[in-house]
Design a protein around this ligand. Structure first.
Ligand SMILES: [Zn+2]
Length: 261
């Protein structure tokens, strides 16, 4: 695995993003007047230490005080040991030790601004946390959104709940907000709305396949899917896995009575 860390680049007033490899994960930094918040920690303790050094250099006289882990995938949580003496925060189901865990929401006071850390429900995992810094018009979404490739649904993802969980944060964003996905360049608010619709649409298509007793493979060739074949089929496969687990009865395709004659 190749580990590297790009420079923290400004994306809003005293808000920065650095890209850490492997996985090209976005590491966020919000600098206030009495403290600074890091969003996600990289892939290993050594990388976490490198991120800490780079973040503190950007923050200058303001101490890095808080670290939020958006979810428990290794590229986001792996650097956490490098921040053990700071206030580390995550949803209580993260699966790693932090100093402050929560079920729904927490707030971090950084002096001239504060960050709201919110869990709206299941999506990319069952414990995703988004970060909204209203005073800077910036929001971090972890892997609930991705801009370099379609969102990834592993076996711990909950596609049926995902769009609604996004709504809690997306709905509160005013025009001009900078949206930071877990991977890839920052997004416009409108691009995030489009991706939310794509996620919902894919799940609807998966329900159609499920009701027809079909698998994900082969479906891609028949529709104008917005994502590449591999990403679409992986996403559909996870939708179908969850539908099967749920024991949901298969319903017949709805057809207008007139057409049944
Ligand atoms: Zn992830």
């Amino acid at each position: 695995m190749q580990f590297s860390l790009g420079a923290f680049e400004p994306i809003a007033d005293r808000v920065y993003v650095a890209v850490a490899e492997p996985e090209a994960v976005n590491i966020g930094l919000v600098v206030g007047t009495t403290g600074a918040l890091l969003v996600d920690t990289g892939s290993s303790p050594e990388q976490g230490a490198a991120i800490r050094g780079a973040a503190q250099a950007i923050a200058g006289d303001v101490q890095l005080t808080h670290v939020l882990v958006t979810h428990g995938h290794y590229d986001h949580v792996g650097g956490l040991p490098a921040f053990a003496d700071l206030t580390t925060l995550a949803h209580r189901d993260l699966g790693a030790e932090v100093t402050r865990s929560f079920g729904l929401a927490a707030a971090v006071d950084l002096g001239d601004c504060h960050a709201e850390l919110i869990h709206y429900g299941r999506g990319h995992t069952d414990h995703d946390v988004t970060v909204v810094v209203a005073a800077r018009k910036v929001a971090f979404f972890g892997d609930l959104l991705e801009s370099a490739q379609p969102p990834q649904a592993g076996e711990d993802a909950w596609p049926a709940d995902w769009p609604r969980s996004l709504d809690g944060t997306l709905g509160a964003l005013q025009k001009g907000y900078v949206v930071v996905p877990g991977h890839g360049p920052v997004m416009e608010r409108e691009d995030a709305f489009v991706q939310r619709a794509e996620l919902h649409w894919h799940h609807d298509k998966a329900v159609e396949l499920y009701d027809a007793g079909r698998e994900a493979s082969g479906a891609w060739a028949e529709e104008g899917w917005p994502w590449p074949q591999e990403a679409t089929e992986a996403y559909l496969a996870q939708c179908l896995r969850r539908l099967t687990e749920s024991g949901r009865p298969r319903t017949k395709a709805r057809t207008l009575p007139l057409l049944n004659r």
